[in-house]
Design a protein around this ligand. Structure first.
Ligand code: ADP
Ligand code: ASP
Ligand code: MG
Length: 418
């Protein structure tokens, strides 16, 4: 079985959905499991709905309406006649979303978040699956929440691999085209959970692992994994073949083309990952597989924007040592900070972190009781794998460098735009 993942960019409009049909015609669809994300920027739009809901804003209705209108336009374009059953199915999903907004009693933000954002994927897969059937490709729509079981760590749920393996082995049909949702799972009470933003690549890897799939292909708006994000770097070059290890490093440092959790399950079973263009599906793209000799021979650039550079120094000139560091990391973990760089000296300690969940102010107050805290907001972290002199000069040009760290293969530079 092959697993394909189509992300938000690939199904952002009616032309995108038609293109998925064309891709399937070209590359085949028997014995395939399709993992599909919410259409375009729907997850962001649903985050606005959640914010309005908690703020008790009078914009709430309008924000739901916007998501409806966007999907309705795609439906009208794809199906022409409103009698098609897909209109009723999508209307039912929106009615469920509104029912939840009107009746929910839970004050738990993360729980509510997952119950709401999940409609993005439920709606996109409903539309896509009906469209394929409407044309001549028969699909088997499945609810991923019956397969991927997780803990109740809403918005960043951890997979229960044993239960998930059992469900997938027992109940995924072979030899057909299955269509399911990326990003979602469910906990032991069958409440919806999510695997973290951009988590649909990870969903594809979970299915591939449990199905012992032949391969995973993630279809992108770029030719494959490149040595830099082409949005920010001119002359980005396609990497034809890279090792799991290299891909893990690139994803870990923030190359958003692959979600970092995707690689581990695939590497464990040596399932190849292909990253290909949904615009030119027959081109080879990038293949990620085993092999130490697959290191790229050119510098690879990764940029993470909107980071915080935080420096802690001890108030009494005490050393910052093991016990302090473990306490500091305990707090980072508790407040869900993603740490992407660490540097310490005898009496000070600096980290570059990402405040994905908006917890920094609270954390800062706690840290200030023990340490002198200074920080820069909105800094960029550049990582150069396989760096050379020219590469670092290029990154540093016209920027203020706040911190730099060099290891054998990797150079990291924290900068502020000037
Ligand atoms: P999806 O639709 O699957 O969610 P994303 O938008 O998350 O797709 O990922 C594709 C984007 O990743 C590209 O448009 C590109 O801007 C960005 N990207 C970041 N780093 C790289 C890289 N090293 N190679 C290719 N694309 C990259
Ligand atoms: N729709 C989710 C998000 O935008 C998951 C994904 O696209 O991978 O984060
Ligand atoms: Mg995405």
């Amino acid at each position: 079985m092959r697993v394909f993942k189509f992300g938000g960019a690939s199904v952002k409009d009616a032309a995108g959905v038609r293109n998925v049909y064309d891709v399937l015609q070209k590359v085949g669809y028997e014995d395939v499991l399709l993992v599909v994300s919410a259409m375009g920027k729907t997850t962001n739009a649903l985050e606005v709905v959640i914010k309005n809901y908690f703020d008790k804003s009078k914009e709430l209705q309008a924000s739901v309406q916007e998501v409806k209108k966007y999907h309705n336009e795609i439906l009208m374009d794809l199906f022409e006649e409103e009698k098609h059953v897909v209109f009723k199915n999508v209307t039912t999903l929106f009615a469920e979303l509104e029912y939840f907004l009107n009746h929910n009693k839970s004050p738990n933000y993360n729980f509510v978040y997952d119950q709401i954002v999940s409609f993005g994927e439920l709606i996109s897969t409903t539309i896509l699956s009906h469209y394929m059937n409407y044309k001549d490709i028969k699909t088997n729509w499945i609810d991923v929440r019956d397969f991927i079981k997780t803990d109740s760590n809403y918005r960043d749920a951890g997979v229960d691999w044993d239960l998930t393996q059992q469900n997938i082995s027992k109940n995924v049909k072979r030899k057909v085209l299955n269509v399911t949702q990326g990003f979602l799972g469910s906990d032991e009470n069958n409440f919806t959970t999510t695997l973290g933003r951009e988590g649909s690549d990870y969903t594809a890897a979970i299915f591939a692992y449990c199905l012992n799939a032949e391969s995973v292909t993630i279809w992108k708006d770029v030719p494959g994994v490149m040595n830099a994000d082409p949005r920010f770097f001119e002359n980005a070059t396609l990497l034809n073949q890279i090792s799991y290890r290299e891909a893990i490093e690139l994803a870990f440092y923030g190359a958003t083309v692959i979600h970092p959790k995707t690689l581990q399950p695939l590497r464990r079973k040596e399932i190849p990952l292909f990253v290909k263009s949904f615009i030119n599906p027959v081109l080879p793209g990038t293949s990620v597989s085993k092999g130490a000799d697959l290191e790229p021979h050119l510098p690879c650039f990764i940029i993470k924007k909107n980071q915080l550079l935080v420096s802690l120094s001890s108030i009494n000139f005490d050393f910052i040592m093991e016990e302090n560091i473990s306490e500091i990391f305990g707090l980072f973990h508790k407040y869900k900070m993603k740490v992407s760089l660490i540097q310490n000296s005898a009496i000070s300690f600096s980290v570059c972190i990402e405040d994905k969940f908006g917890n920094f102010n609270e954390l800062k107050n706690i840290l200030s009781k023990k340490f002198q805290v200074s920080y820069n907001e909105n800094v960029s972290l550049y990582t150069i794998r396989h760096f050379d002199e020219k590469a670092s000069q290029m990154v540093e040009k016209n920027k203020e460098v706040l911190l730099k760290q060099v290891s054998r293969e990797t150079m990291q530079i924290v900068t502020k735009e000037v």
